[in-house]
Design a binder for this molecule. Structure first.
Ligand code: SAH
Length: 246
Protein backbone atom coordinates (compact mmCIF):
# COMPACT_ATOMS: atom_id res chain seq x y z
CA UNK A 1 0.00 0.00 0.00
CA UNK A 2 1.38 3.47 -0.85
CA UNK A 3 1.78 5.55 2.28
CA UNK A 4 -0.83 8.33 2.11
CA UNK A 5 -0.39 11.43 4.24
CA UNK A 6 -3.83 10.79 5.72
CA UNK A 7 -4.36 7.82 7.97
CA UNK A 8 -5.81 4.54 6.82
CA UNK A 9 -7.51 1.51 8.24
CA UNK A 10 -7.08 -2.04 6.97
CA UNK A 11 -8.91 -5.09 8.30
CA UNK A 12 -6.86 -8.23 7.77
CA UNK A 13 -7.19 -11.96 8.28
CA UNK A 14 -4.23 -13.80 9.81
CA UNK A 15 -5.33 -17.24 8.57
CA UNK A 16 -5.97 -20.29 10.75
CA UNK A 17 -2.82 -20.09 12.89
CA UNK A 18 0.33 -21.10 11.00
CA UNK A 19 2.37 -17.99 10.13
CA UNK A 20 3.16 -19.55 6.74
CA UNK A 21 -0.53 -19.04 5.89
CA UNK A 22 -0.45 -15.25 6.40
CA UNK A 23 -0.53 -13.61 2.96
CA UNK A 24 2.31 -11.38 1.76
CA UNK A 25 -0.23 -8.58 1.31
CA UNK A 26 -1.16 -8.79 5.02
CA UNK A 27 2.51 -8.97 6.07
CA UNK A 28 3.17 -5.84 4.02
CA UNK A 29 0.42 -3.78 5.61
CA UNK A 30 1.40 -4.95 9.11
CA UNK A 31 4.95 -3.72 8.42
CA UNK A 32 3.58 -0.23 7.67
CA UNK A 33 1.15 -0.02 10.60
CA UNK A 34 1.44 2.33 13.56
CA UNK A 35 -1.42 0.64 15.46
CA UNK A 36 -2.77 -2.92 15.57
CA UNK A 37 -6.10 -3.66 17.23
CA UNK A 38 -7.88 -6.95 17.84
CA UNK A 39 -8.86 -9.74 20.17
CA UNK A 40 -6.05 -10.56 22.64
CA UNK A 41 -4.82 -13.90 21.13
CA UNK A 42 -4.78 -12.48 17.60
CA UNK A 43 -2.81 -9.36 18.58
CA UNK A 44 -0.42 -11.69 20.43
CA UNK A 45 0.62 -13.04 17.02
CA UNK A 46 2.01 -9.63 15.98
CA UNK A 47 5.71 -9.07 16.76
CA UNK A 48 6.29 -5.83 18.72
CA UNK A 49 8.59 -3.25 17.12
CA UNK A 50 9.45 0.41 17.68
CA UNK A 51 6.74 2.73 16.34
CA UNK A 52 3.99 0.12 16.63
CA UNK A 53 1.33 0.31 19.34
CA UNK A 54 -0.56 -2.91 20.05
CA UNK A 55 -4.14 -2.61 21.34
CA UNK A 56 -5.36 -6.06 22.48
CA UNK A 57 -8.96 -6.10 23.72
CA UNK A 58 -11.58 -8.59 24.83
CA UNK A 59 -13.72 -10.38 22.26
CA UNK A 60 -16.97 -8.79 23.41
CA UNK A 61 -15.79 -5.30 22.52
CA UNK A 62 -16.05 -5.44 18.72
CA UNK A 63 -17.93 -2.19 18.18
CA UNK A 64 -15.80 -0.16 20.61
CA UNK A 65 -12.70 -1.62 18.92
CA UNK A 66 -14.03 -0.60 15.51
CA UNK A 67 -14.84 2.92 16.74
CA UNK A 68 -11.39 3.25 18.28
CA UNK A 69 -9.77 2.10 15.02
CA UNK A 70 -11.81 4.62 12.98
CA UNK A 71 -10.84 7.44 15.36
CA UNK A 72 -7.15 6.54 15.16
CA UNK A 73 -7.21 6.40 11.34
CA UNK A 74 -8.95 9.78 11.22
CA UNK A 75 -6.19 11.18 13.44
CA UNK A 76 -3.73 10.18 10.69
CA UNK A 77 -2.54 6.83 12.12
CA UNK A 78 -1.94 3.73 9.99
CA UNK A 79 -4.25 1.24 11.60
CA UNK A 80 -4.69 -2.53 11.17
CA UNK A 81 -7.48 -4.55 12.75
CA UNK A 82 -6.53 -8.24 12.94
CA UNK A 83 -8.96 -11.18 12.77
CA UNK A 84 -8.20 -14.86 12.61
CA UNK A 85 -8.92 -16.65 9.36
CA UNK A 86 -10.67 -14.24 7.01
CA UNK A 87 -11.87 -10.91 8.44
CA UNK A 88 -15.18 -11.13 6.55
CA UNK A 89 -16.14 -14.54 7.97
CA UNK A 90 -17.84 -14.16 11.37
CA UNK A 91 -15.26 -11.52 12.26
CA UNK A 92 -14.30 -7.85 12.45
CA UNK A 93 -14.99 -6.54 8.92
CA UNK A 94 -18.79 -6.46 9.41
CA UNK A 95 -18.40 -4.93 12.87
CA UNK A 96 -16.24 -2.22 11.35
CA UNK A 97 -18.76 -1.29 8.65
CA UNK A 98 -21.50 -1.30 11.27
CA UNK A 99 -19.46 1.23 13.25
CA UNK A 100 -19.10 3.32 10.06
CA UNK A 101 -22.86 3.84 9.83
CA UNK A 102 -23.83 7.27 11.08
CA UNK A 103 -20.32 8.72 10.85
CA UNK A 104 -20.03 11.95 8.87
CA UNK A 105 -16.76 11.03 7.22
CA UNK A 106 -14.79 7.82 6.83
CA UNK A 107 -11.06 7.18 6.55
CA UNK A 108 -9.59 5.13 3.70
CA UNK A 109 -10.68 1.56 4.52
CA UNK A 110 -9.55 -1.71 2.95
CA UNK A 111 -10.30 -5.35 3.73
CA UNK A 112 -7.57 -7.94 3.06
CA UNK A 113 -8.61 -11.59 2.87
CA UNK A 114 -7.14 -14.47 4.82
CA UNK A 115 -7.52 -18.24 4.71
CA UNK A 116 -10.66 -19.02 6.65
CA UNK A 117 -10.76 -22.01 9.02
CA UNK A 118 -13.30 -23.82 6.84
CA UNK A 119 -10.98 -23.88 3.82
CA UNK A 120 -7.91 -24.81 5.86
CA UNK A 121 -9.85 -27.67 7.47
CA UNK A 122 -11.29 -28.85 4.15
CA UNK A 123 -7.84 -28.91 2.58
CA UNK A 124 -6.46 -31.03 5.44
CA UNK A 125 -9.30 -33.53 5.07
CA UNK A 126 -9.22 -33.78 1.27
CA UNK A 127 -12.06 -32.04 -0.60
CA UNK A 128 -15.27 -32.28 1.47
CA UNK A 129 -16.50 -28.91 0.17
CA UNK A 130 -16.06 -29.83 -3.49
CA UNK A 131 -19.75 -29.43 -4.27
CA UNK A 132 -22.30 -26.85 -3.01
CA UNK A 133 -21.92 -25.98 0.66
CA UNK A 134 -22.86 -23.40 3.26
CA UNK A 135 -21.30 -22.19 6.47
CA UNK A 136 -23.19 -21.51 9.68
CA UNK A 137 -22.01 -19.85 12.87
CA UNK A 138 -23.41 -21.94 15.74
CA UNK A 139 -22.75 -19.21 18.32
CA UNK A 140 -26.09 -17.97 19.59
CA UNK A 141 -24.60 -14.71 20.90
CA UNK A 142 -25.87 -12.80 17.90
CA UNK A 143 -28.96 -14.78 16.83
CA UNK A 144 -31.61 -17.00 18.43
CA UNK A 145 -30.99 -20.75 18.75
CA UNK A 146 -34.22 -21.44 16.82
CA UNK A 147 -32.78 -19.67 13.76
CA UNK A 148 -29.63 -21.82 13.91
CA UNK A 149 -31.71 -25.00 14.00
CA UNK A 150 -33.90 -23.80 11.10
CA UNK A 151 -30.87 -23.04 8.93
CA UNK A 152 -29.28 -26.41 9.68
CA UNK A 153 -32.56 -28.22 8.90
CA UNK A 154 -33.03 -26.41 5.58
CA UNK A 155 -29.37 -26.91 4.61
CA UNK A 156 -29.74 -30.64 5.32
CA UNK A 157 -32.94 -30.79 3.26
CA UNK A 158 -31.17 -29.02 0.38
CA UNK A 159 -28.29 -31.52 0.73
CA UNK A 160 -25.62 -28.87 1.21
CA UNK A 161 -22.35 -29.83 2.82
CA UNK A 162 -21.99 -27.58 5.88
CA UNK A 163 -19.18 -25.95 7.81
CA UNK A 164 -19.93 -24.97 11.40
CA UNK A 165 -17.95 -22.22 13.11
CA UNK A 166 -18.05 -21.72 16.91
CA UNK A 167 -19.70 -25.14 17.30
CA UNK A 168 -19.65 -25.43 21.06
CA UNK A 169 -19.18 -22.62 23.53
CA UNK A 170 -18.63 -22.99 27.26
CA UNK A 171 -21.63 -20.78 27.94
CA UNK A 172 -24.07 -22.65 25.63
CA UNK A 173 -22.69 -26.19 25.22
CA UNK A 174 -26.16 -27.61 24.47
CA UNK A 175 -26.50 -25.89 21.07
CA UNK A 176 -24.30 -28.39 19.26
CA UNK A 177 -26.24 -31.33 20.71
CA UNK A 178 -29.44 -29.87 19.33
CA UNK A 179 -27.77 -29.38 15.93
CA UNK A 180 -26.71 -33.05 15.93
CA UNK A 181 -30.32 -34.01 16.71
CA UNK A 182 -31.53 -31.94 13.75
CA UNK A 183 -28.97 -33.65 11.50
CA UNK A 184 -30.00 -37.10 12.77
CA UNK A 185 -33.62 -36.29 11.88
CA UNK A 186 -32.73 -35.35 8.29
CA UNK A 187 -29.58 -37.24 7.27
CA UNK A 188 -28.66 -40.93 7.03
CA UNK A 189 -26.58 -42.36 9.95
CA UNK A 190 -23.59 -42.98 7.64
CA UNK A 191 -23.22 -39.26 6.85
CA UNK A 192 -19.58 -38.20 7.32
CA UNK A 193 -18.66 -35.51 9.84
CA UNK A 194 -15.16 -34.04 10.24
CA UNK A 195 -14.04 -32.45 13.51
CA UNK A 196 -11.00 -30.32 12.68
CA UNK A 197 -9.30 -28.82 15.73
CA UNK A 198 -6.50 -26.22 15.72
CA UNK A 199 -5.94 -26.66 12.00
CA UNK A 200 -2.43 -25.67 10.86
CA UNK A 201 -1.12 -25.47 14.47
CA UNK A 202 1.31 -27.99 16.04
CA UNK A 203 -1.50 -29.71 18.00
CA UNK A 204 -3.83 -29.98 14.99
CA UNK A 205 -6.26 -32.91 15.19
CA UNK A 206 -8.64 -34.21 12.52
CA UNK A 207 -11.32 -36.75 13.37
CA UNK A 208 -13.76 -38.15 10.80
CA UNK A 209 -16.77 -40.10 12.07
CA UNK A 210 -20.25 -41.01 10.88
CA UNK A 211 -23.26 -39.08 12.12
CA UNK A 212 -24.20 -42.22 14.10
CA UNK A 213 -20.90 -42.00 16.01
CA UNK A 214 -20.71 -38.21 16.37
CA UNK A 215 -20.74 -36.90 19.95
CA UNK A 216 -21.14 -33.38 21.28
CA UNK A 217 -17.82 -33.58 23.15
CA UNK A 218 -15.94 -34.00 19.86
CA UNK A 219 -16.31 -30.23 19.28
CA UNK A 220 -15.11 -27.20 21.21
CA UNK A 221 -14.43 -23.58 20.35
CA UNK A 222 -11.15 -24.46 18.65
CA UNK A 223 -12.94 -26.89 16.31
CA UNK A 224 -14.36 -26.38 12.84
CA UNK A 225 -17.00 -29.00 11.99
CA UNK A 226 -17.66 -30.09 8.42
CA UNK A 227 -20.76 -32.15 7.61
CA UNK A 228 -20.59 -33.82 4.22
CA UNK A 229 -23.47 -33.97 1.78
CA UNK A 230 -25.17 -37.29 0.97
CA UNK A 231 -22.47 -38.17 -1.59
CA UNK A 232 -19.42 -37.29 0.54
CA UNK A 233 -17.18 -40.35 0.88
CA UNK A 234 -13.78 -41.64 1.92
CA UNK A 235 -10.97 -42.66 -0.38
CA UNK A 236 -7.91 -43.94 1.48
CA UNK A 237 -7.31 -41.52 4.36
CA UNK A 238 -9.10 -38.68 2.51
CA UNK A 239 -12.67 -37.39 2.53
CA UNK A 240 -14.11 -35.82 -0.60
CA UNK A 241 -17.38 -34.75 -2.15
CA UNK A 242 -17.83 -35.60 -5.83
CA UNK A 243 -18.16 -32.69 -8.26
CA UNK A 244 -21.50 -33.90 -9.61
CA UNK A 245 -24.74 -34.14 -7.64
CA UNK A 246 -27.09 -37.12 -7.61
N1 SAH B 1 -12.74 -15.28 11.01
C1 SAH B 1 -12.44 -16.65 11.41
C2 SAH B 1 -13.58 -17.27 12.17
C3 SAH B 1 -13.83 -16.66 13.54
S1 SAH B 1 -15.04 -17.54 14.45
C4 SAH B 1 -12.11 -17.46 10.15
O1 SAH B 1 -12.33 -16.98 9.03
O2 SAH B 1 -11.62 -18.59 10.28
C5 SAH B 1 -14.00 -18.62 15.42
C6 SAH B 1 -14.21 -20.07 15.01
O3 SAH B 1 -13.43 -20.35 13.86
C7 SAH B 1 -13.78 -21.11 16.03
O4 SAH B 1 -14.78 -21.35 17.01
C8 SAH B 1 -13.57 -22.34 15.15
O5 SAH B 1 -14.82 -22.91 14.81
C9 SAH B 1 -13.01 -21.70 13.87
N2 SAH B 1 -11.55 -21.73 13.82
C10 SAH B 1 -10.71 -20.67 13.78
N3 SAH B 1 -9.42 -21.08 13.66
C11 SAH B 1 -9.46 -22.43 13.63
C12 SAH B 1 -8.46 -23.45 13.48
N4 SAH B 1 -7.15 -23.14 13.36
N5 SAH B 1 -8.86 -24.74 13.49
C13 SAH B 1 -10.17 -25.06 13.60
N6 SAH B 1 -11.16 -24.15 13.71
C14 SAH B 1 -10.80 -22.85 13.73
Amino acid sequence: MTAPSAGWLVVVGLGPGDDALVTDQVRGVLAEATDVLGYIPYVARIAPRPGLTLHPTDNREELQRADHALDLAQQGRRVVIVSSGDPGVFAMASALFEACEGRESLPDIRVMPGITAMLAAAARAGAPLGHDFCSINLSDNLKPAALIEKRVRLAAEADFAMAFYNPRSASRPETFGRVLAVLRAHCEPSRLIIFARNVSLPDERLLTVTLADAREEMADMRTLVIVGNSATRRVGPYVYTPRAAG
